[in-house]
Design a binder for this molecule. Structure first.
Ligand code: NAD
Length: 296
């Protein structure tokens, strides 16, 4: 029977570790500053942003949300980013996705100073990740949070075959790059991967990470016995319940370790965002943090 990976608890431990770091920075007069730009009134985005702000306050990160109406111009948002780039009290900037169609999301992401790019979406930081550069730079928080979970659970991916399903720039692609950097052999599958090939690769995988937004895409009968299963998907069913991209009931008896939905990957994302914010603040002020990549 699969052991549950308790993302809620690991995220709690990570937030506690981040709070210790902010206390250390406070002794040097540094309060990490996170600026979140929210354009429009998408209710899900408002909830995400409120959660980020609340979680930040609890670990000693000074978060501010800058709200714009849905008809805000791209120029307005770019001007605000330029102001935040120049603001010494701001260490980390993110623009909540999605933005209204009159705003070019890529242009906005590229306007953020790469040294304040807390989501890791700036092409410079993506390039560093793909080049497997040494040294510190921000990377996307969801895949990084998954690496933290795997590390926490003692799963060493070096030499393992990891199947990642979904190739978005938010999750699947940076996930594959991080895993390759950690010496895994990675198969990156997506909606155009033939079903027979998916079946073959998943049946051979030591670790399966699913980020597609398709409820119940992967079933237990497709997994290798003892596989580690990480379910990134968040899907709301008609009855209001939340499920992942993995059919939990059939996968759990086959897996050695499995993340639940909710309570798995989700809580790690915000905790990792705070971790990255504090690291960017330390970098900004020239303070060395112990082991920035593996806080817990
Ligand atoms: P996306 O829509 O940008 O990308 C989905 C990817 O899945 C694409 O690469 C697509 O090719 C692939 N895909 C779609 N259908 C498929 C199929 N039938 N077979 C194989 N591949 C298929 O989505 P995203 O932003 O990467 O998010 C994916 C899921 O993860 C969503 O449910 C989202 O809500 C969730 N998510 C969770 C967190 C978190 O913190 N837990 C963070 C980000 C995203």
């Amino acid at each position: 029977m699969g052991k549950l990976i308790d993302g809620k608890q690991i995220a709690k431990d990570l937030r506690a570790a981040v709070a210790v770091q902010t206390e250390k920075l406070a002794t040097q007069g540094i309060t990490p500053g996170l600026a979140v730009i929210l354009v429009g009134d998408d209710p899900a985005s408002e909830i995400y942003v409120r959660n980020k702000e609340r979680a930040a306050g609890k670990v000693g990160v000074n978060a501010q949300t800058i709200k714009y109406p849905a008809d805000a111009s791209e120029a307005e948002v770019l001007a605000k980013i330029a102001e935040l780039n120049a603001d010494d009290s701001v260490d980390a900037i993110l623009v909540q996705s999605p933005v209204p169609s009159q705003i070019d999301e890529h242009k906005v992401q590229e306007a953020i100073d790469p040294r304040k790019d807390v989501d890791g979406f700036h092409p410079e930081n993506i390039g560093r990740l793909y080049a497997n550069r040494e040294g510190y730079y921000p990377v996307a928080n969801t895949p990084r949070g998954i690496m933290t979970m795997l590390h926490h659970e003692g799963v060493d991916v070096a030499g393992k075959h990891v199947v990642v399903i979904g190739r978005s720039i938010l999750v699947g692609r940076p996930m594959a790059a991080l895993l390759q950097g950690a010496n895994a052999t990675v198969s990156l599958l997506h909606r155009y991967t033939p079903a027979s090939l998916t079946e073959l690769l998943v049946s051979e995988a030591d670790v399966v990470i699913v980020a597609t937004g398709v409820a119940g895409l992967i079933k237990g009968s497709e997994l290798k016995a003892g596989a580690v299963v990480i379910d990134v998907g968040i899907n709301r069913l008609e009855d209001g319940s939340l499920v992942g991209d993995v059919d939990f009931a059939s996968a759990e008896p086959v897996a050695s370790l499995i993340t639940p939905v909710p309570g798995g990957v989700g809580p790690m994302t915000i905790a990792t965002l705070l971790q990255t914010t504090v690291e960017l603040a330390a970098q900004h002020h020239g303070v060395a943090l112990e082991d920035p990549w593996q806080t817990i």
